[in-house]
Design a protein around this ligand. Structure first.
Ligand code: ADP
Ligand code: GLC
Length: 486
């Protein structure tokens, strides 16, 4: 089975969040199923951003577009870090350093509609066989940036591969004024209620959802939530309508990158049986974040985009109480300027108890997982969430709001779960500062009960958060999809 995955980020070449992690890890996980003769082979098409172009080895041009949304473009076949890639080398669209979506001023590039329509058009062209000898059974698009591939394939006359769209975050849809539509090169019927049209605008994700053969999202919980008005972001009606092809597959983690026993980014490595070694990582983290070097203080880590989705404004409300109770905070994040500034000020105010680093730092993210006692993810909504999965693996007790993939991946340490020896973290609901406060009180009580704490840590580290199970679920989905093809 040959899959053409399409996405706008891929770890380790380019990543702004969990999407990059998943797009980078899933191909290898799929390829490992079936051993020497893999059941599935994945090639991933990505835009030729500078960070991607710089990482390519043995790039071969396999197709030339004289004109792709405003300039010439070449499709390169290449590999990088064991990933098989097709790269859309279109300098007029992608040769811009920095964030893949935003300019230096923090605003979306004005031509993002064209940039990601181009990615979709290129993927659809390859999917329908424009390159001799290169064929695919399934085109699997990730998020709105790739969704147009499925729209172009739908309106292509002639045979096409089967299609899957995975929603990583319904909050991002790729919505543009109707004036873009004539430039997309699609028949007028594509801009209808059952297609790209959304309240008079063009909506890339909606187009993908309308025309995909199968739709998945990154947890079963989120798959249920998005068919309701509250979390459906205006697309719940369409998602209900497509409910028979919608399913949730919980993400896994790449346990070659995220393994505390082998992690080269940690000062001290440890395993489930050698948890005492974590103390060295905690000390290193306290030093790095300017926190008091106290082994007994309950140290809470946060690694996050700073946006309203992540609910960290609620943490700001609770900081005085947390610090008053002797807890410490180590936060790494970037995003909305107001939130960034608020955490910087909080760190100055609570010197030695609150440490905050604004920016993006992969090494520090690993140290926070290994050195924190607990990892907080108080999201208002969370399609899957990866940081709580890394926390489970690293023996940092996750404290999460009961939404989406957070609810699906953490077992709350209530009395019954503690008694049964299955608890892995703490859940709270609703996503309010008051409920967060209750969760932090529960966390502190657990922290004081050292045997119970160690048990919860060890349960988390034993949980299977690898890609094995989800990769098998994707293979089943691909198989059932192909079996259903005419
Ligand atoms: P989302 O994709 O919504 O941002 P996830 O939890 O799925 O949330 O994935 C976030 C990913 O990005 C994780 O790998 C996390 O470690 C990483 N990450 C987020 N913020 C930072 C940061 N400031 N520095 C380093 N890594 C970060
Ligand atoms: C999105 C979601 C996050 C998910 C990630 C990977 O960025 O916000 O919850 O873990 O995609 O699927």
């Amino acid at each position: 089975m040959r899959i053409l995955a399409v996405a706008s980020e891929i770890y380790p070449l380019l990543k702004t969040g969990g999407l990059g992690d998943v797009v980078g890890a899933l191909p290898l996980a799929l390829q490992q199923i079936g051993g020497a003769s893999p059941a599935v082979e994945v090639t991933t098409m990505v835009p030729g951003y500078p960070a991607i172009m710089a990482a390519l080895t043995d790039a071969i041009p396999i197709h030339q577009f004289d004109e792709l949304f405003g300039g010439p473009a070449t499709i390169l076949q290449a590999s990088a870090d064991s990933l098989d890639l097709l790269v859309v080398d279109a300098p007029h669209l992608y040769a811009r350093a920095g964030n893949p979506y935003l300019g230096a001023d923090g605003r979306e590039w004005a031509d993002n509609g064209m940039r990601f329509a181009a990615l979709g058009a290129a993927a659809a062209a390859v999917g329908r066989g424009i390159v001799p000898g290169l064929t695919f059974d399934i085109v699997h698009a990730h998020d709105w940036q790739a969704a147009m591939a499925l729209v172009y394939l739908h309106f292509h006359n002639g045979p096409r591969p089967a299609t899957v769209l995975t929603i990583h975050n319904l909050a991002f849809q790729g919505r543009y004024p109707a004036a873009l539509f004539p430039r997309l090169g699609l028949p007028a019927s594509a801009f209808g209620l059952n297609g790209l049209e959304f309240h008079g605008d063009v909506n890339f994700l909606k187009g993908g959802l309308a025309y995909a053969d199968r739709i998945t999202t990154v947890s079963p919980g989120y798959a249920r939530e998005i068919t309701g008005e509250e979390k459906g972001m205006g697309l719940d009606g369409l998602l209900r309508h497509r409910g028979d092809v919608l399913s949730g597959i919980l993400n896994g983690i790449d346990d070659t990158v995220w393994n505390p026993a082998t992690d080269p980014l940690l000062p001290a490595r440890y395993s489930r049986g050698k948890l005492a070694k974590r103390a060295e990582d905690k000390l290193a983290l306290q030093k790095r974040m300017g926190l008091e070097e106290s082994p007994d203080a309950l140290l809470i880590g946060v690694i996050s985009r700073l946006t309203s989705q992540k609910g960290l404004d609620m943490l700001l409300d609770q900081l005085d109480a947390m610090v008053g109770d002797g807890m410490q905070l180590a936060l790494l994040g970037s995003g909305e300027p107001d939130l960034e500034q608020a955490f910087v000020s909080a760190a100055e105010w609570h010197l030695g108890s609150v440490g905050c680093i604004i920016g993006y730092d992969e090494t520090l993210a690993h140290l926070i997982q290994a050195g924190s006692d607990a990892l907080l993810v108080p999201s208002r909504f969370e399609p899957c969430g990866l940081t709580q999965l890394y926390a489970l693996r690293y023996g940092s007790v996750p404290v999460v709001s009961r939404v989406g993939g957070l609810a699906d991946s953490v077992i709350d340490a209530n009395e019954a779960a503690l008694a049964a020896g299955v608890a892995t973290g703490i859940q709270f609901w609703p996503a309010t500062p008051e409920a967060l406060q209750v969760a932090l009180d529960r966390l502190q009580n657990l922290w004081r009960d050292k045997p119970a704490w160690a048990q919860v840590q060890r349960n988390g580290m034993a949980a299977d958060v690898s890609w094995r199970r989800p990769a098998n679920q994707y293979v089943s989905l691909y198989r059932s999809l192909l079996a259903a093809q005419p």
